[in-house]
Design a protein around this ligand. Structure first.
Ligand code: C5P
Length: 224
């Protein structure tokens, strides 16, 4: 029997990472942070001096990429070629790079099998968080959610997250980067950010994240 698949999509800063982590822990499910995968591609491209529109080189890079997730303490860490890059992929520069490489069809299609494999390796269930999980990666997911929040709330959350991680930035910068990323993610031709028709939509501007987790868990338990 295949693992129970939960798709959580939405824009940057809507609270996907926090709720996914809490849900995964409560349900004993694996967690696949697909944004971290795109960030690893951007990091590798940057290290190797590959331009974000060089499809031939990006395609070749994808044939060599090795990514796995592992829970370290309370957090889900991402390893690129065995190296823990969890902090390195969170800089504003890599955020932009990830958004750029993610608009390349060669990158999106090249990462499909990896995302599906990481989820299917889970024993009981897997939570995938991203932008196109319910629409493209797992259109037949067992439960789908689309998490939103106002741009101001999202930017503040992201700013505080960066601050806690010791990454220097300003609220204005985070908001302006976020606006650009939202625009790029929603406007791209392949797998743009949009809610699946059968996704449960939740807005975390008015709902505390603990309540969002509660609603999602109830919905999942009903379908388990
Ligand atoms: O979620 P996170 O902010 O880490 O994602 C980084 C970037 O990766 C996003 O801005 C988006 O461009 C891209 N992404 C994507 N599809 C996904 C997950 C992330 O295009 N499923």
């Amino acid at each position: 029997m295949r693992p129970f698949i939960v798709a959580i999509d939405g824009p940057a800063g809507a609270g996907k990472s926090t709720v996914s982590k809490l849900l995964a822990r409560r349900l004993g499910f694996a967690l696949v942070d697909t944004g971290a995968i795109y960030r690893c591609v951007a990091l590798m491209a940057r290290r190797e001096g590959i331009a974000s529109d060089d499809d031939a080189k990006l395609g070749e890079l994808l044939s060599r990429i090795h990514i796995h997730f592992q829970v370290v303490g309370e957090d889900n860490h991402v390893f690129l070629d065995g190296q823990d890059v969890s902090s390195e992929i969170r800089t504003p520069e890599i955020s932009m790079g990830a958004s750029q490489v993610s608009s390349r069809p060669v990158v999106r299609s090249g990462l499909l099998a990896l995302q599906r494999r990481l989820a299917m390796e889970a024993e009981k269930g897997a939570i995938l968080e991203g932008r196109d999980i319910g629409t493209v990666v797992f259109p037949d997911a067992d439960a789908k959610f689309f998490l939103e929040a106002s741009p101001e709330v999202r930017a503040r959350r992201r700013f505080e997250e960066l601050f806690q991680k010791g990454v220097e930035s300003s609220l204005e910068q985070v908001l302006s980067d976020q606006t650009q990323r939202d625009r790029d993610d929603s406007a791209r031709a392949v797998a743009p950010l949009k809610a699946a028709e059968d996704a449960v939509r939740l807005d975390s501007s008015s709902l505390p994240l603990s309540e969002v987790v509660h609603e999602m868990e109830n919905e999942i338990q009903r379908r388990l």
